[in-house]
Write a protein that binds this ligand. Structure first.
Ligand SMILES: CC(C)(COP(=O)(O)OP(=O)(O)OC[C@H]1O[C@@H](n2cnc3c(N)ncnc32)[C@H](O)[C@@H]1OP(=O)(O)O)[C@@H](O)C(=O)NCCC(=O)NCCS
Length: 185
């Protein structure tokens, strides 16, 4: 089972949030979050249109339940006033030769960014990865023009290990590179 003890974090603006593992009953609120966060999908691989298929309550319930039961897949939801304001995850590799690598992802609703929440969530994921019996390396990919995310990852000890050139192509024909970053735990 991949779950953490719920953690309270105080943001720079003094507001308190709860970082915890979501369960199947959270599906409607997770869907509400996904509908909002993908409105600005520039920094994600998934487009808003593609994300719409995730917004089926039964599918979401199943994903949350399966992740909860899986030792190697952590999802974290951050709540403020009963509303989910961030989702993040670490998924360990599924093959014998990459089980030691946890791939990470994080998103926060726009109005809650820049207040230290990303730092608190990344720390919770790093703590989980550090305590995990198999994970040795945490890894992620970030678009080269996503300065706030790169600053967060560098702050949390992540180092660039390579760059996938023109890995992303937007509908307007523009490209971006994907910077691969890692840290050992
Ligand atoms: C990336 C993201 C998770 C960062 O979360 P956050 O809560 O804003 O991060 P924090 O407030 O903890 O900031 C961490 C550090 O990043 C830097 N930072 C924050 N906002 C920044 C900005 N707008 N520009 C440049 N650097 C910034 C600061 O150095 C900060 O460190 P400090 O608090 O010690 O000064 C958030 O901006 C987000 O959800 N973005 C959209 C989705 C996304 O890009 N996800 C990542 C895809 S790879």
């Amino acid at each position: 089972m991949a779950a953490i003890e719920p953690k309270t974090a105080t943001l720079k603006n003094g507001k308190e949030v709860c970082i915890r593992t979501p369960v199947a009953e959270d599906a409607p609120r997770v869907i509400r979050y996904l509908k909002t966060v993908f409105v600005d999908d520039r920094f994600f691989m998934t487009t808003e249109e593609e994300a719409q298929k995730w917004q089926e309550p039964e599918r979401e319930q199943k994903i949350l339940h399966e992740n909860y039961l899986d030792d190697n897949k952590l999802i974290l939801a951050t709540e403020m006033n009963q509303r989910i304001i961030s989702l993040s995850n670490v998924h360990a590799g599924e093959r014998n030769r990459n089980r030691h690598v946890g791939q990470m992802g994080i998103s926060i609703l726009p109005e809650y960014r820049g207040n230290g929440l990303g730092t608190a969530i990344m720390q919770a994921m790093i703590d989980w990865g550090t305590a995990h019996p198999v994970i040795e390396k945490l890894a992620l990919g970030v678009w080269a023009d996503n300065a706030p995310a790169i600053a967060l990852y560098e702050k949390m000890g992540f180092i660039e290990e390579g760059r996938k050139v023109r890995e992303v192509k937007y509908a307007d024909g523009q490209y971006d590179d994907c910077i691969c970053m890692y840290r050992f735990v």
